[in-house]
Design a protein around this ligand. Structure first.
Ligand code: PGA
Length: 247
């Protein structure tokens, strides 16, 4: 069975100073477990100090990830951060195609595909977010949308380790959750499609994200083929994030 992965997506929260105090508290609570990986995805400016906190404390099974990366390798791209820059500071995971980047910053499947190609060249594990809007769900198009996202984002890439985060867009930051049967259904669709694309089960992880917290975790956790969670709001406090991992 694959490890479980717990990813904290801090979004545009938590400064370097706040992260230092977060890690001080979190690492007191934290006990590593053989089959659990924990990934923190802070903002760009907080990445360096987060990597340092992890290294200083030699925290087993904790990794640092970026929330985004440029789809260009290098050159005249003002304001962008390259895969090489992330690699240099010790980043090991990177979120791509988050719905907030797709909807607000017009990140297309093609851009995500370029990002993934660059990430795997430098051996950074992509965390690929997929998911449908409420309108698409109501129109019965959820499966089609997610399959399209998977196929386009993974186009022309040989199988490698990838984390797929299924995040129904209408569940992110809203307090609403998909029901466990729907998550199981989507996970099955994702698993079968990944196998069809040539991925063996050990090469991909399926996570769920969207308003996950300590209260709804046990129910969501019953979904089939689930390897962990991508957590926003409930990862901002050490006690709350640790509570989820521990459970
Ligand atoms: P949320 O965010 O847990 O606050 O809904 C999840 C995400 O956007 O990855």
């Amino acid at each position: 069975m694959n490890n479980r992965i717990y990813i904290a997506n801090w979004k545009m929260n938590i400064t370097s100073k706040e992260a230092k105090s977060f890690f001080e508290k979190f690492l007191v609570l934290y006990k590593s477990s053989a089959n659990k990986e924990v990934v923190f995805c802070p903002s760009f400016t907080t990445l360096v100090s987060s990597v340092q906190s992890k290294l200083l404390n030699n925290s087993d099974k904790i990794y640092i990830g970026s929330q985004n990366v440029s789809n260009k390798k290098l050159g005249a791209h003002t304001g962008e951060i390259s895969v090489g820059m992330l690699k240099e500071i010790g980043v090991e995971y990177c979120i791509v195609g988050h719905s907030e980047r797709r909807s607000v910053y017009f990140e297309s499947n093609e851009m995500v595909n370029n990002k993934i190609k660059l990430l795997i060249e430098d051996k950074i594990t992509p965390i690929l977010c997929v998911g449908e809007t409420l309108e698409e769900r109501e129109d019965g198009k959820s499966d089609q949308i997610v399959l399209e996202q998977l196929s386009s984002c993974l186009k022309d890439i040989c199988p490698f380790k990838v984390v797929i985060a299924y995040e129904p867009i209408w569940a992110i930051g809203t307090g609403k959750n998909a029901i466990v049967e729907d998550i199981s259904h989507m996970n099955t669709i994702i698993k079968n499609h990944m196998n069809k694309l040539g991925y063996i089960d050990k090469q991909f992880y399926i996570l769920y994200g969207g308003s996950v917290n300590i209260n709804n975790l046990s129910i969501i956790d019953k979904a089939s083929f689930l390897n962990g969670f991508l957590i926003g709001g409930a990862s901002l406090e050490p006690e709350s994030f640790w509570g989820i991992i521990k459970k």
